[in-house]
Design a protein around this ligand. Sequence first.
Ligand code: PLP
Length: 380
Amino acid sequence: MNAADTLTYLDHAATTPMRAEAVEAMLPFLTDRFANPSGSHRFARSVRQAVDEARDVVADVVGCSPGEVVFTGCGTESDNAAIVGTQRRHGGVGVCSAAEHHAVLHAVEHGGGRVVNVDAAGRVDLAALAEALDDDVSVVSVMTVNNEVGSINPIPDVAAIVREHAPRALLHTDAVQAPCWIDLRSISRHVDLLALSAHKFGGPKGVGVLFERQGTVLEPLLQGGGQERDRRSGTHNVAGIVAMAEALRLADIERADETIRLTALRDRLVDTLMAELPDVIETVPRLLKIAGSAHVCIADVESEALLYLLDEAGVCASAASACASGAMEPSHVLAAMGVEKRYSLGALRMSLGRTTTDGDVDNAITVLVGAVRRLRGVTS
Ligand code: PLP
């Protein structure tokens, strides 16, 4: 099945299609250039050079030095390495926002940490954050962009509060959803740790980055061969690393133009839906979120039923409602934002990206309007 011909893919926050340039970049390392980059022979050294070049590219886009880039197996690993690695090394308490991805939230909760409220847009409540901080706190984690509703946290403000109220704590940001929308250089300079995942920006699945500011000492999650200067053992996923760097380089170059193009598409999608369908709310105001996020809550409709009809018509979107003990429950993010249940149970996340076209938006509108009317029992 060729997805591009048969599907309207509006689930870029879940994963993105790999870019052709990234596929091309990785192929030699899946075929001829298969050496282990940690080896000492010439063949290995040439592959190691490719990893080093990828590291330079990632460092340039993140806005750090190459020695501060640690290659990992995914975004989840990067988040866990930051939080668990800090606590294992330095003890102390973890703090995070209530709207974090479970890769952060569960890691913090598992370590007995503190969870801070968010505002109605899903951004961390800065006053509550200040209150949750003290000398016991060793790591604070606040995401750059929320994966569900697309809201952007004010990381410079978060950093100022952390430095004032918990001066010994490390500040981590999960920037997994950020690279296509936000210049990472404007974020990395405020934090000690930052997580990325290649498959969210046109790279392959199963490879990520943890930026570790120089001087930051964590207990590695993986013990073994001492790769990545003892910070992350395990044979390098060379093909993945090389492809990730190429995808990140291109996302960085294209970001400004793509943001303009996709803002227009997103606005048309949401404006038309809200004009055609009564009782639809835009979950987060546009000024507070990334261009690729079209998250709406549709009253009197259940996300699951809606997604089923969309899926039947070839439209890929998502909700994040989880079925808990037989009853539909809103996602932890919408619950933390205080979205009324009548709306949150009809949450729909459509996320746009590099391959999204005008035709995708036209099709999504037609299918969605029809599906909601059908579920609401509207005949015309
Ligand atoms: N953090 C955020 C904000 C995400 O959206 C995701 C993926 O959905 C992750 C972390 C986990 O990344 P990965 O899929 O690479 O483990």
